[in-house]
Design a protein around this ligand. Sequence first.
Ligand code: G6P
Length: 611
Amino acid sequence: MCGIVGYTGHREAYPIIITGLKRLEYRGYDSTGVALLNNGLKVYKKKGRVADLEENIIGKDLHAHIGIGHTRWATHGEPSDRNAHPHQSASGKLAMIHNGIIENYAQIKKELENKGYHFTSDTDSEVLLNFIEDIQQNNECDLEEAVRVALKRVTGAYCILLIAEEDPNTIIAARKGSPLVIGVGKGEHFLGSDASPMLEYTKEVVYVNDYELAIVRPDELILKNLGNEKITPFITKLDMELAAIEKGGYEHFMLKEIFEQPSTIQDCLRGRLNAAAGTITMAGVENNIEQLKNANRIMIVACGTSWHAGLIAEYVIEELCRIPVEVEYASEFRYRNPIVNKGDVIIAISQSGETADTLVALERAKANGAFIFGVVNAVGSSIARLSHAGAYTHSGPEIGVASTKAFTGQLAVLNMMALKIAKAKGTITDEYYQQLLNELQDVPEKVASILKNTDELQRIAAKYKDAHDFLFLGRGYNFPIALEGALKLKEISYIHAEGYPAAEMKHGPIALVDENLPVVFVATKDSYHEKIVSNMQEIKARKGKVISIITEGDLVSPTISDDVFSIPPADELIAPLLSVIPLQLLSYYVGTLKGIDVDKPRNLAKSVTVE
Ligand code: G6P
């Protein structure tokens, strides 16, 4: 993870870097630092958030037209001033920021220590920097060549930006496994982990690929591979406005993103779903329909909230398309030598498109001949580019660390995809197909109606905010929603929460139930409804507190529940798109009532680019 920003050009670099770092804080916020070049290097860094650094450097000389900045999510070395980036080389003449992990740093560190090097931090990054400087001095080569030689030696992941006193206009950048975007302006260039730091200056960007090195000057962008051969930069036009990454009057990004869902789901359906005509248009699916409908097996690979979307997709695809589906944690899949046969399809789900475990899992599967279909939010991201085909969720930038609108976007895409495959395969009746199309079309309006009624959820949150544990239970399509509800609460309120299949609860978690345990039932009307009502009775009989998310018109559940929240009716396949909304809000309200910064909860990062 970590966020990186760089600038070289005619403007003042510092304000651009600081604003960019604030936008990238979702990637980590353990420490912040900047290095500026103006008559020598000036490095300022501080444990904590960007605002802490800003406060700390009031009155310092910040004038420069070139600089780099970093916001850290700690891997090697605790969060502290001395482990903050940028690091300076032993000579003091180079400054570098790094996002990623250098896996063989210990061995290189030993070699350098034997040569007399001393290190001022515990980081792998400082080792790489001194390694580069050492190569430059020994080989008497230029910095670019030294970077190339060093990067051929290191294993692991990196995106590095490097500035040097000897060449005060140039930023040298390179990536493998961690994202890097370069914005192209007139007489200036911007660098970032994503495009947000450069949005107000340019819409022309270059997504740097793995094993590429960029030499960036105000008027020049040279891209090379590690073999020193030039590559023509491919310029992409950004389709994103500044307003999309601002809070727009909401107290938190998370709340804004929850309330954006009627429009983000609409954006996802727009141009694809036409219920009146009975059609779904998805080029990525249409162009590969033979491969998809004839798949022997579909494997879904994802992490976190995206993995929960994958679990729901498993139920939906098996039900509608009659294709066996397996859902894998990317981190497990990549290391366990999975069997991937020709004819298998892999669906990768990722908001950021940069999650390291998902990315590497896909690279391995692709190398083994698997067909990769990406369901990704971040346009132009690494997973989007690696996929053979895909469908964007069009949820817009998601900045709150806890994923909300990206999740409903993923569900909308996966539902449409399953419907399209089922139609092509002939495994769905015309009536049910049309019903689901109609229901999908109604989702934005139903989500909007849920969002009009948040007082009750605030009351429930206030009532239970001091609980030490929560249990979330659901069955069928709502079981992954129970997992997601528990994850959301954990992430932003620090309350221990477990999600479980409602019936499986009897095989363990029921031992936790007493009068202090709130149990959230995701119990909308579906084919299992009577069963889950029995599970509510089982909790009630043991004095647990029952909070139920139910379908409007359900008269039975309220008689057993301590608290209820009703949502509009929907087919059970579509219901997760609705039932997740009150759980997102519940965790938001509990988190904010506890005074937690829900956009930046402790220890988490939005885009996990380390394994
Ligand atoms: C992190 C985020 C989660 C996200 C997960 C997977 O843990 O905090 O919100 O679900 O990564 O990220 P991806 O970008 O691949 O969906």
